[in-house]
Design a protein around this ligand. Sequence first.
Ligand code: C2E
Ligand code: CA
Ligand code: CA
Ligand code: CA
Length: 275
Amino acid sequence: AKEAGRGVTCFFEAEMEVRLRERGLLEHDLRGAMAKGEFEINFQPLHACGTRDVTAFETLLRWHHPVRGDVSPAEFIPVAEECGLIVPLGQWVLEQACAAAAAWPQPYTVAVNLSPVQFRRGGLPAQVAEVLARTGLAASRLELEVTEGLLIEDAEGALATMQALKALGVRLALDDFGTGYSSLSYLRRFPFDKLKIDKSFTQAIELDPGARAIVDAILAMGHSLNLRVTAEGVETEAQLAFLRTLDCDEAQGFLLGRPVPADQLHRRLDAEARL
Ligand code: C2E
Ligand code: CA
Ligand code: CA
Ligand code: CA
């Protein structure tokens, strides 16, 4: 049994080593990817639940790796966060997004995902102010999405930074709501304008009465706190219909629009403007 135990340990060590090497390779490629222009931003529309009018676009980062093909942000963002690359990369995303949005028709706002690492680095409000000034985007047309992980580790620091961002006039959204710890007290304590119901709840609406009850409760609570509520991951008409009956403000998902590259979106907006 002892021998077998040792075998198992060796197996895990070998697997660990492969994983570490794989991560090292990814990090190496990631470091070079910015200079090589391998990143691109996509935009996915948010729609008013009732009218289906587009209200905003969320910026989603894409990495086109020359050999691996497209690498999912779920895979490379954590690596970029660990090695600090998320700071220049996140800054690049913010600049691209604001520059693009400055040329959009007035009603559309732009949402940008922020890593807790960018938040904690310090100087974020000044950087945001600088990008807004340089791109000419009105602060009220920028919405920053954060996840609750940020609020847990350094609540005081997060609150101060959020207040400084709010003072600029930008809006704040709490992303992936309902996953993790989601303490309801966060919604009262931090100056959010919006919460986004995680797609795992949206997608369970049709099959799971429990998920329906949770979505219902999140909407009631969000609205009583004067927050706008967006449901993510809407893929079916039935999901959208249910959300509409609960007065959900916005919906986002493949049913209404997939993330598209900036040039594709801009051709569409140009065509609409000419109508
Ligand atoms: P997220 O912020 O929750 O973004 C929504 C994710 O859901 C996106 O995945 C989007 O493509 C996907 N999605 C949208 N509608 C649907 C739907 O109807 N069904 C399904 N199954 N999925 C849908 P994506 O683009 O792969 O991004 C994954 C995550 O990576 C994001 O989750 C966000 O946490 C992170 N991320 C993406 N871009 C950035 C960025 O610029 N900065 C930072 N810090 N994180 C980013
Ligand atoms: Ca998001
Ligand atoms: Ca989300
Ligand atoms: Ca997420």
